[in-house]
Design a protein around this ligand. Structure first.
Ligand code: ASP
Length: 442
C-alpha cells in the first residue's frame, strides 16, 4: 500500500475541535500512516502559541525565577484539549518531569520541543497510533546540521515496523545527547524527512490556507490558488519573499522525487497546491505564469566608464570589492560603458562611503552613484519558455500603469522575469501584472 506522510501545523491542532477535524482527515484515508504534528497554535488572533509560551516559561527558569504559573497555563491548554477529546489521559507526570528538567536547565530547545512532544502524545492516544519520540529517530551532527544518514536509517527501521505512528515535529537529538530543534516552523522539515525515510508516495502538509496563492493577498485582494508548482518555481518565489513552507523542508522530498500537497484542514475538500518535481509533465497553469512575488529595500550601484567593455577584469574588480565587504549581489545588468549592481540595502547600509572609495580605487569609474528604495518583482512560471510574448505582456502592464522599469532580468532557464521598480510603485506593479495574467483569464 502506498504511504502518505501527513504533517499538521499549529492552527490545525490549536484545540480539541481542530484536532477532531485533523483526525477525521487522517481516518478518511488508510494510506495516511505517519502523522507529524506541530504544537498547538493560536486559537484566535491574539492568542499565544504553546511554543512561545514554552520559550517564555523557560526564560524565567533560566533566570532562576518562579515559572509555575506559566507552566500551569501550558498544562491547562493540554488538559482542555484532552477533556474536549474525551480522552482518559493525564499529563501530570510528564509536566513534573518537564518542571524538573527546566530547573536543571535542560535548554531552550528542550523547552520548546515539549509543545510537539506532548501534542504528539495526545494525538497518538486519540488516534490509537503508536508514539515515536523524535529524539530517538532524528539526529543532528556536532555542527548542528541534520545527520541525514543516521536519521534515515533510524526512521526507516523504526517506522516500517509500525503500521500507524505519530512522530512529533520540530526536534530531534543533538550530538551532545540533548534535545535540539530545527529553526521556527521546523515541523515542516520533520514531515519531509519522514516522507523521505519511508519512501512516501506523497507528503501532505495541512495548514490553514488552501495552498500557495499566486501573489500576496495583502497586495491583491483574494488572489487565486496555485494548483501545481515545481520545486524550482517554489524556490524562486520563496527567495523573493513568498512563504508558506519552511525552506529546509523542500530538499529531502525534492531529491527523493516526492510531491508535497499543501492542504487546508478547514477546507479538506479543496485540492490545495501540489509541489511537484521539475520534470513534471503536468499541465501548465492556465495563466501562463505560476506566481508573482517581490521584495523591497534594494540599492542599485550604477557605475559608468567610457570603454569599460574593453577593460578586461572590470566587472571582476567591482564584484571583488563587494565580496571583500561581504555584500552579496542580487543582479548585475550591464551595457557597453556601464554596469549596475543591485544589492540588498541591508548589507550596504552604513558602508556606502567605504564601498564607493573601494570601487573608485579598483576601477577608476567616470561616475558612480547609488540609488536606494528599489523593489524587485519576480514573475515566475515554467510555462514562460514555451510561450511567446510573456515579457511583452509584463512590460505592457507596467507601461499602461505608467510605472518605470529600472531593470529587467530574465534567467537563462526562462523560468522567471525579474523587474526592478521604485519602491513607491511596488504594490501597483504587482497588481497590474496580476491583472494582466490572471484577471484577464479568470
Ligand atoms: N512549533 C514550532 C514553531 O512554532 C514548530 C512548528 O510549528 O513547525 O515554530
Amino acid at each position: 500500500m502506498a504511504i502518505k506522510v501527513v504533517k499538521f501545523g499549529g492552527s490545525s491542532l490549536a484545540d480539541a475541535a481542530q484536532i477532531q477535524k485533523t483526525a477525521a482527515i487522517i481516518r478518511a484515508d488508510a494510506q495516511r500512516r505517519y502523522v507529524v504534528p506541530s504544537a498547538p497554535g493560536k486559537r484566535f488572533s491574539t492568542d499565544t502559541k504553546v511554543t512561545d509560551m514554552l520559550y517564555g516559561c523557560y526564560a524565567l527558569a533560566e533566570q532562576g525565577l518562579a515559572f509555575k504559573t506559566q507552566l500551569d497555563a501550558i498544562q491547562a491548554r493540554y488538559d482542555e484539549i484532552i477533556a474536549g477529546l474525551g480522552l482518559e489521559l493525564s499529563l501530570a507526570d510528564e509536566f513534573s518531569v518537564i518542571a524538573e528538567n527546566f530547573r536543571a536547565r535542560a535548554g531552550k530547545d528542550y523547552a520548546a520541543s515539549r509543545g510537539e512532544y506532548l501534542n504528539g502524545k495526545v494525538i497518538a492516544a486519540y488516534l490509537g497510533f503508536a508514539f515515536v519520540d523524535a529524539a530517538d529517530v532524528i539526529f543532528f551532527r556536532p555542527d548542528g546540521t541534520l545527520d541525514t544518514e543516521k536519521t534515515a536509517a533510524a526512521l526507516h527501521e523504526r517506522l516500517l515496523e509500525l503500521e500507524y505512528a505519530v512522530i512529533p515535529g520540530f526536534y530531534g537529538c543533538g550530538a551532545d545527547g540533548y534535545v535540539k530543534t530545527f529553526s521556527r516552523g521546523g515541523s515542516d522539515v520533520t514531515g519531509s524527512i519522514v516522507a523521505d525515510a519511508v519512501k512516501a508516495e506523497l507528503y501532505e502538509n495541512w495548514t490553514d490556507v488552501s495552498g500557495f496563492l499566486v501573489t500576496d493577498p495583502r497586495i491583491v485582494e483574494d488572489p487565486v490558488v496555485i494548483r501545481t508548482i515545481t520545486y524550482t518555481e517554489l524556490r524562486e518565489l520563496s527567495y523573493m519573499g513568498a512563504s508558506v513552507l519552511h525552506e529546509a523542508a523542500i530538499f529531502p522530498v525534492r531529491s527523493a522525487g516526492i510531491p508535497i500537497n499543501i492542504r487546508n484542514t478547514n477546507a479538506p475538500d479543496h485540492p490545495g497546491t501540489m509541489i511537484v518535481p521539475d520534470s513534471t509533465d503536468d499541465e501548465l497553469s492556465v495563466y501562463t505564469i505560476t506566481g508573482i512575488a517581490g521584495k523591497k529595500d534594494f540599492t542599485a550601484i550604477n557605475i559608468h566608464k567610457d570603454m569599460m567593455n574593453s577593460q578586461i577584469g572590470f566587472c571582476r574588480d567591482v564584484l571583488g570589492v563587494l565580496a571583500n565587504r561581504r555584500i552579496p549581489i542580487e543582479h548585475m545588468p550591464s551595457s557597453i560603458d556601464s554596469m549596475t549592481v543591485i544589492v540588498d540595502s541591508h548589507y550596504i547600509r552604513g558602508m556606502e562611503n567605504e564601498v564607493r572609495t573601494d570601487i573608485t580605487k579598483a576601477v577608476q569609474p567616470d561616475s558612480l552613484d547609488m540609488e536606494d528604495g528599489i523593489a524587485l518583482i519576480a514573475v515566475v512560471g515554467r510555462g514562460m519558455c514555451r510561450t511567446r510574448g510573456v515579457a511583452a505582456r509584463i512590460f505592457a502592464a507596467l507601461a499602461h500603469a505608467r510605472i518605470n522599469i529600472r531593470m529587467i532580468n530574465q534567467g537563462s532557464s526562462e523560468l522567471n522575469v525579474i523587474v526592478a521598480v521604485k519602491e513607491t510603485d511596488f504594490e501597483q506593479a504587482i497588481r497590474c501584472i496580476y491583472d494582466m495574467f490572471v484577471k484577464s483569464v479568470a
